[in-house]
Ligand binder design. Structure first.
Ligand code: AMP
Ligand code: MG
Length: 472
């Protein structure tokens, strides 16, 4: 029996220039590793006996699906690639979820497409499980993100620098897969008709209140500003913030070489391909402004009065750093217990971060320890901490519910890099218990789970993950 997925596909109705209709490439012997039942229910997918492995490997195309590979372009590390596109993914279609929102269902690692570049269109198990765990943890932490519906091993090997690895397919759910790069591909081709069709589609799907492309840009600026502040507040480093990995929906997408910091330092980089730290933790707020300036460039030709549009959009782009700063202040205010932090509170937060950076303090555990009164143990310069603590306490005197606020803003547990690596190693060896454990504990990341305290421990020196890699 097949799975009843209530497809309602709109992207497939767009002009042919937007995509290539293409079924996933079947795999040898699919086996289901994970299925997100709660998310399936949210999507209106009726739980029933079905060959989930065959469906989520792409071997069996479910009724109502219109599989396609999406076209896009993008700036990768600042250099423009005029044509990218899904090189190893198939959008099966969309469903309207329980809350009335349209959601994409996409298979990733599902075979080559006309847009594949120097690759086999496949993914290996490591990045598939990494994205599964991290995206679901991000969701549990309240960050806008794509979700993970299923993971399947294919029974085939994929070959990477390190040799043969088990192939896998991830089923990803997203508010949409429209990227800054989706607009860029049509601008690069001077295809104004498609650009307008994409604007109309995106406006209806993500910003129906927008009266103009300028309005839509402002809405995206706001969402992305909020998103970057949320990443920063959790010590999250995306790792590959190319314009093709920046969504119009404001969701985090494409968990490749992403990582959470253990020791705090704003210059932290994990990605093996980010040699110059373009996407370092502290640079994300600058890069996103640059990325949205590329979106603005794409939207200018849609205005009748282009000079006025340039002026208006330039103003909005230039205002973005301050907007990010305001969301940052609010998020980090909560992290130190303040309900509504104001500009005058900024030095208090900056001072704590400077102390943490000087100490190489654990980002997550130091903030969490504030509520328990044990943060002093996390830093090396105790005198400086005591001086900061006195100022902090004086400021907290006028607040109520501070411990609760801090526990709600500072996760008890995050998906630490070394735990992810250990989980992947176990999964490759056929042991899914570490994956199950991470999924269980990370489902309620703000709740102290004393029996699982081992997962809050920073890595020992032998466990430290120095570099992360793209899925490719
Ligand atoms: P990513 O954002 O890391 O998924 O990759 C960016 C783009 O690189 C994808 O959209 C594909 O076009 C291409 N790509 C990545 N991995 C592969 C692969 N294994 N086979 C073919 N193309 C790939
Ligand atoms: Mg990508």
């Amino acid at each position: 029996m097949t799975l009843d997925i209530p497809f309602d596909n709109s992207y497939a109705q767009l002009p042919p220039a937007f995509f290539t209709r293409l079924d996933p490439t079947p795999v040898k012997s699919p086996r289901l590793l994970a299925f997100n039942e709660a998310l399936a229910r949210e999507l209106g997918i009726a739980p029933q006996e079905a060959d989930l492995a065959a469906i989520f490997a792409g071997n069996k195309v479910p009724e109502g699906a219109t599989p396609l590979a999406q076209l896009y372009a993008g700036h990768q590390f600042g250099g423009f690639s005029p044509q990218l596109g899904d090189g190893r993914a198939n959008l099966l279609g969309e469903v309207i979820d329980r809350t009335g929102s349209r959601r994409d269902i996409q298979l990733k690692g599902s075979g080559p497409t006309p847009y594949s570049r120097m690759g086999d269109g496949r993914a290996w198990l490591g990045p598939v499980l990494r994205e599964y765990v991290v995206s679901e943890a991000m969701h549990a932490m309240g960050v806008p993100t794509t979700r993970a519906l299923a993971a399947v091993v294919t029974g085939e090997s994929v070959y990477r620098e390190t040799g043969a690895l088990p192939g896998a397919v991830l089923t990803r759910v997203a508010s949409s897969h429209i990227r800054v790069g989706t607009f860029q591909v049509f601008l690069a081709r001077r295809d104004l008709e498609s650009l307008r069709a994409l604007y109309d589609y995106t406006r209806a799907r993500h910003t129906p209140e927008a009266q103009s492309p300028g309005d839509m840009l402002r809405a995206v600026i706001d969402r992305q500003a909020r998103l970057i502040a949320a990443w920063e507040s959790l010590g999250f480093i995306h790792g590959v913030m190319n314009t093709d990995n920046t969504t119009l929906s404001g969701e985090t997408i494409d968990y490749g070489p992403c990582a959470f910091m253990d020791r705090y330092h704003p210059d932290t980089v994990f990605s093996s391909i980010d040699a110059h730290g373009r996407y370092a933790y502290g640079n994300q707020r600058h890069v996103i402004v640059w990325n949205l300036a590329q979106l603005a460039t794409c939207l200018v030709p849609l205005h009748d009065d282009q000079d006025a549009a340039v002026e208006e959009m330039t103003r909005d782009i230039h205002a973005m750093p301050e907007l990010i700063g305001r969301y940052w202040l609010s998020a980090f205010g909560h992290k130190i217990g303040l309900d509504d932090a104001s500009e005058s509170d900024r030095p208090l937060i900056d001072e704590l971060l400077a102390l943490m950076a000087a100490s190489g303090a654990d980002f997550t555990n130091t903030f969490r320890a504030l509520a328990d009164g044990s943060a002093r143990d996390q830093v090396t310069d105790r005198d400086a901490y005591d001086a900061w603590h006195a100022k902090w306490q004086a400021r907290l005197a006028s607040e109520t519910g501070t411990a609760e606020r801090m526990r709600a803003a500072n996760p008890w547990v995050i998906p630490r890099n070394h735990r992810i690596e250990q989980m992947i190693e176990a999964a490759v060896a056929g042991d899914m218990a570490p994956f199950e454990r991470l999924m269980r504990v990370l489902a309620t990341p703000y709740e102290a789970q004393p029996d699982e305290a081992e997962l809050t421990r920073p890595p020992r020196s032998a466990e430290v993950v120095q570099q992360t890699f793209c899925g490719t």
